[in-house]
Structure formats: structure tokens, C-alpha cells
Design a protein around this ligand. Structure first.
Ligand SMILES: [Zn+2]
Length: 471
């Protein structure tokens, strides 16, 4: 097979370590295949398009998607027919509102009818997501296509802070490392040049080994769940450990990056801390850029709407809204006006980087991460934990079991007494929760991370509804 032919296909990802070493000799440009490179090359140009050209592109993609959904997806045919609509009545973005929202509940009830009839079953891949802070969801995407496109988008985003294919990365993303039983907490992937580190063994006893290993590895970047790298950073700060000199940026993924985490990571790692918003459903993507920490909504990926609790578009810049997404990259199971149950705050400005993308100031996390006050108001907790809270504390977690009540679960450092810590926390948080929630403290020995290796700062046991999104 010629290299040109090879380039049109994607090489299977080998499971055996030995094979990975052999494959790693093949240059990256031949390893990822046509879908990846077509998407990647397109994005290199489109990111600098004018607003008008981007909107024309989106409209074109939307029309194509709606026609396809009407012709090939039984659920959407029904939705159009019930409303007496045809795809061509959607002439601009406002017309999209003629179509109903797609909720996780609707997806669960209509899973089969949401799959495009003209897409071969053998090329579908079933994906499941959620559970810890959201509603578990199962859906389909195109095997070997949806994921490769995603990778091309992500690489494009990371390149804003200097990432190139073939760079060396330390990966701290909830991976289970197979060699743990042999006393080794990391694994090397020669194909991606990744040093994959276990998120499950970051104890004070073992973290010094992690740090030595990372230093030896000389990574260009660290890819991490914010909650996992925060544990490492806090340990480095407490023990006056110097940053890793080769690291150009910490690339945060899969979790919301809180502002106190960014401050801590920048202080300890002495490099750019970069984040993006994405989800397994592959309907919306937004990343920071070279010069800003605002999330730039990727228009080539899909259409993002932000809606308030009544289901209407946001009108004010600083209003909190749910992200509603229409994705262009999975025609096998189109998500049109999908309610993500993720919350964000929009910005009306344009960024000085030169991209004509719409912006979000910050992501506020999931609907299920809101706190419910005594009078039923929903409050984001994102900005409430900050660096000062950590004095004498190893771990902290908010738990809400009853409306208007918050329990702080605290793992203390040995140096402070429980009484001292309780006074400190109540002084810090008492005024913030005043009139909203009763606050109490519970000392525990250990707070485990979730099955996926993430750490949750809020465990919300009440079902939180944001304008019917749970239906
Ligand atoms: Zn920018």
C-alpha cells in the first residue's frame, strides 16, 4: 500500500505495547487519515473567516442537516410533520426556534428513531456518558469519523497555545494504569508520546514519585482533569516544589476549570493554563485562545444557543443560560437544539485574537451542580470555593441533601484542630450563604474521587430542574 493510500485510512490503534512502538515510526501525517486532515486543514483557514462568511457556512451546514434529518431520521420527520413544517422554512438562525428542544429524556425514549436510516448499522458506535453530575445517556456516533473530527478540532484548539502533533504530554485524565499492581503508577504510550499517570494514587506518600517521573519525562504539555492536577499543584505549593521547566501549558479537559484552580495552577506551574468546553455528545465546542480565557464558540462545529429557565434566548450579557447545541459532526444521529444541561454566561464582545467567533465569559458547570436555597433559588457554586478556603484543609466538598442546607465535608491537615478549621470555614462561608442555606461541617478521613477519576466539589442529591431540562 502506498503512503498516499495509507493516508486515506486510519490505522487501527494497537493494543499491544510492542506494536505501538512499531507504529510510532510512521509519521503522524500518515497515521490519522483523511477525515482528520481534511477537518484540520479546513479549520486552519476557516478560523480567520469574517463573521458573514462563518454565518453563511453555518446556514449551509444547518440546511443540509435539517434536510437529512427530515428525509432519513424518523424522529425528526415526525417533529416536522406534527408542526406542518418542511426543512426549507428554516431560513435563518431565529427560524430554528420553530423546532422543539431535544432533551436527554427524549433521546432515551426515541433512541432508535433518532438514528439515520441511511447510515450503515455496522459503522455505528454506541457511546454512553454522564452519571456522576448528570443524567446517564446512551447514543450513537459514526465509528472512526466522529472521533477523528473531534481530534482535529481539539488539536486546532490546542495549537493556539503552541501544541503540535508529536509533542510530549503528561496525561492526568482519570486513566486506570495497568502496571499499578507492580508498583508503577504510570504508563508510556509511544504512539502519542504520552506519559499516562494514574489519577487514583495521588497520596502525599506517592506524589514525590510522580513529580520525579514527570521531571525526568520532560513533557511539553500536561493534559489534565482540573481536579486531578489541582491535587498535584497543591502538594507542590505546600512543599515549595519548583515547576516543570519544559511545560508550555496545562491543557485542562473534561471538567469545568474554576477560577481559583486556574490561579493556583498558574502560580505553581508558571505557565499558561488553558481550557475548553466540549462534551461526549459532540454538539458544541468552545475553547480559550492565545490572548483570552473567554470560551470561543466554534462555529464550524455547530450552532450554540443560550437560553434562560423559561426556554427563551438570553437578553443580557451577564445572564446565566443553558447551552443548547446543534451539532454538525454526527449525521448518523443528529442532535438538533439539544439541551446540554450545562450552564454558561455569554459575552457580547469580540476577541482581539482576530477570530470572529461568539464568546462565553465562563462555564458555570452542570445544572446538577447548582445549589438550591431555602426559597428555591438556584445558585451556582463555581466562584464560592477559593484559595483561602484551603488553609489547614486537604479536601473539601459541598453536599446538599435538603433544600436550604449545605454540609461541608472536610478532610483536615494534621496541623490544625477541628475547632480552628470550623471557625475558619464558617467565617469564610457563613456570610455567603446567609439567608440562603444553613451551613454545617462534617470532618471525614478521605473523600474518594468518582469512578472516572474526577473529584466533585459539589455532591447535589436533590434533582435540580432548569426549566424542564430533566424531562
Ligand atoms: Zn480570542
Amino acid at each position: 500500500m502506498s503512503l498516499r493510500e495509507l493516508a486515506k485510512r486510519r490505522l487501527p490503534y494497537p493494543a499491544k505495547q510492542g506494536l505501538k512502538y512499531i507504529y510510532s515510526a510512521i509519521p503522524a501525517r500518515f497515521r490519522y487519515g483523511k477525515v482528520f486532515w481534511d477537518t484540520y486543514n479546513f479549520l486552519q483557514e476557516s478560523q480567520w473567516w469574517s463573521r458573514k462568511k462563518l454565518e453563511e457556512y453555518q446556514m449551509q451546514q444547518l440546511s443540509r442537516l435539517l434536510r437529512h434529518a427530515y428525509e432519513n431520521v424518523p424522529y425528526y420527520r415526525r417533529v416536522f410533520d406534527e408542526r406542518g413544517l418542511k426543512p426549507n422554512v428554516i431560513q435563518d438562525f431565529n427560524d430554528l426556534r420553530k423546532l422543539p428542544y431535544l432533551t436527554k429524556g427524549i433521546i432515551r425514549e426515541n433512541l432508535r428513531d433518532l438514528v439515520a436510516r441511511n447510515y450503515p448499522r455496522s459503522k455505528l458506535e454506541y457511546v454512553t456518558t454522564g452519571g456522576s453530575t448528570g443524567i446517564p445517556l446512551g447514543f450513537y456516533w459514526k465509528r472512526d469519523v466522529t472521533d477523528l473530527k473531534e481530534w482535529a478540532f481539539v488539536i486546532t484548539l490546542w495549537s493556539r497555545v503552541g501544541f503540535e502533533l508529536g509533542n510530549r504530554c503528561v496525561v492526568l485524565r482519570g486513566n486506570v494504569v495497568r502496571s499499578v499492581n507492580k508498583g508503577k503508577f504510570w504508563e508510556y504510550d509511544p504512539l502519542k508520546k504520552d506519559l499516562i499517570i494514574s489519577s487514583y494514587h495521588m497520596t502525599d506518600e506517592l506524589l514525590p514519585n510522580y513529580i520525579v517521573k514527570i521531571r525526568e519525562f520532560r513533557p511539553d504539555f500536561i493534559q489534565a482533569y482540573p481536579s486531578a492536577i489541582t491535587i498535584l499543584a497543591r502538594f507542590m505549593k505546600d512543599n515549595d516544589i519548583k515547576p516543570f521547566p519544559t511545560v508550555k501549558a496545562v491543557l485542562c479537559t473534561s471538567e469545568n476549570l474554576y477560577s481559583w484552580q486556574r490561579e493556583l495552577l498558574e502560580e505553581v506551574m508558571k505557565c499558561r493554563v488553558w481550557s475548553f468546553y466540549g462534551h461526549a455528545e459532540r454538539a458544541a465546542l468552545a475553547g480559550e485562545c492565545e490572548v483570552s480565557t473567554y470560551y470561543h464558540i466554534q462555529p464550524e462545529y455547530g450552532i450554540v444557543e443560550l437560553i434562560n429557565k423559561d426556554g427563551n434566548p438570553l437578553t443580557n450579557e451577564d445572564e446565566l443560560g443553558e447551552i443548547v447545541a446543534t451539532g454538525f459532526n454526527n449525521s448518523a444521529m443528529p442532535f438538533i437544539r439539544y439541551r446540554t444541561m450545562d450552564l454558561a454566561v455569554p459575552a457580547n464582545s469580540r476577541c482581539s485574537c482576530g477570530r470572529n467567533y461568539s464568546l462565553m465569559k465562563r462555564i458555570e458547570g452542570r445544572v446538577q451542580e447548582l445549589i438550591m436555597s431555602k426559597d428555591g433559588r438556584l445558585i451556582p457554586h463555581v466562584s464560592w470555593i477559593h484559595e483561602a478556603a484551603w488553609k489547614g484543609i486537604k479536601q473539601i466538598q459541598f453536599v446538599q441533601q435538603k433544600q436550604g442546607e449545605i454540609i461541608f465535608q472536610v478532610v483536615k491537615n494534621t496541623s490544625k484542630s477541628e475547632r480552628q478549621i470550623e471557625r475558619h470555614i464558617l467565617r469564610l462561608y457563613g456570610p455567603k450563604f446567609e439567608g440562603l442555606c444553613e451551613v454545617s461541617l462534617r470532618f471525614v478521613d478521605y473523600i474518594p474521587c468518582t469512578k472516572s477519576g474526577k473529584f466533585r466539589f459539589l455532591v447535589q442529591k436533590l434533582p435540580i430542574d432548569w426549566g424542564g431540562c430533566q424531562k
